[in-house]
Design a binder for this molecule. Structure first.
Ligand code: FES
Length: 99
């Protein structure tokens, strides 16, 4: 569904995990871009119905890309750059501030 518009092969590889699955990205990718590039569309579930949500705006406005990163919730995947060893997880429902 998504493909890169540039040849990213010159940038160094960065490995992280999403729900325990190893994902290989390129340095400078956002978490959202890296996940979309490998076909992952579901990033969180809504607090009330549990419906799946994924990135929509990719510019920090809609908050549909919220994920857990290294144990912290409510992180915007579209505004967070991937880092080696980062642990990203689906955010289930709401998260309390500071958790
Ligand atoms: S995709 Fe809209 S805020 Fe991240």
């Amino acid at each position: 569904m998504f493909r890169r518009v540039e040849d990213a092969s010159a940038r160094p590889k960065v490995a992280f995990t999403f729900d325990g699955r190893r994902i290989e990205a390129r340095a400078g990718d956002s978490v959202a871009a890296a996940l979309l590039a490998v076909g992952i569309l579901r990033f969180r579930t809504t607090p009330i119905s549990g419906a799946p949500r994924g990135p929509y705006c990719l510019m920090g406005a809609c908050f549909d890309c919220l994920v857990m990163i290294d144990g912290l919730g409510n992180r915007q995947a579209c505004l967070t750059e991937v880092a080696e060893g980062m642990r990203v997880e689906t955010q289930q429902g709401k998260r309390e501030a500071g958790r």
